[in-house]
Design a protein around this ligand. Structure first.
Ligand code: ADP
Ligand code: NI
Length: 216
């Protein structure tokens, strides 16, 4: 890949994600990139170029943004522009294709690089930022933040998951609280531990405030 591929990838994704307010802005990809590079430095045998490129490009063909995840045209276009070899292109595209969370349709990535990027992507869905993203997404999709009468399945099929939870608090049970137990790497498991606690204490505070209880 050309030596300046990272700066060009950041510029490229800034254009692709311009004006997104559903939690998929360019900063999500940049955070995933930073977290993935930290995890990568602890994982022997992972190729940092594949991890970095897959992290920065992991959402450019996302179906939620009207992309084509099967053909991956945007990721392919960018890799061609920075002169990625055939081997690099294949490794990056494969890692990206295995990242998404699809409830029962989720896969464990076949490569170490894919496992690292999947962990980094999931870590951005938990903790303080994960909470903010969930409500940003819920608002963008016109869902109530909480509906006490909402019927949801805590264990949705892939199809039910894609249809979306009726309210954002349900999404915590459908996805966010499960992520800690789904980490692939040791570093991912360690980082998830604290971010999971942040989710749990947030849910406790939310429930108390909803009931009109307060802490002093
Ligand atoms: P990513 O592309 O980062 O893997 P998704 O595309 O599944 O994640 O979702 C993007 C963000 O929106 C995540 O933080 C996720 O938790 C949140 N999100 C996805 N579906 C819902 C939903 N039904 N309600 C609230 N937040 C959601
Ligand atoms: Ni993502």
């Amino acid at each position: 890949m050309d030596a300046d591929w990272e700066a060009r990838a950041e510029a490229y994704i800034t254009g692709v994600f311009a004006a997104d307010s559903s939690g998929h802005d360019v900063w999500h990809s940049i955070r995933v990139y930073r977290t993935a590079m930290s995890i990568c430095s602890e994982e022997k045998g992972a190729d940092p170029v594949i991890v970095g490129a897959a992290a920065l490009l992991h959402d450019v063909d996302d179906r939620k943004l009207g992309g084509d995840p099967a053909g991956q045209p945007k990721a392919r276009y960018f890799l061609l522009k920075v002169h990625a070899t055939e081997e690099e292109t294949e490794a990056v595209l494969r890692a990206i294709s295995e990242v998404p969370f699809k409830a029962s349709g989720t896969v464990v990535p076949s490569s170490l690089e894919g496992k690292i990027v999947q962990d980094a992507d999931r870590l951005d869905a938990i903790g303080a930022i994960g909470i903010a993203r969930a409500f940003a997404y819920g608002g963008a999709h016109k869902r109530p933040m909480y509906d006490p009468f909402a019927k949801y399945s805590g264990d949705p099929t892939e199809e039910e998951y894609l249809r979306g939870s009726p309210d954002t608090i349900s999404h915590f049970r459908q996805k966010l609280l499960k992520l800690k137990g789904m980490m692939n790497t040791e570093a991912g498991k360690r980082i998830a531990e604290h971010r999971h606690e942040v989710l749990e204490s947030f849910l406790e505070e939310f429930a108390d405030e909803w009931e009109g209880k307060f802490r002093t």
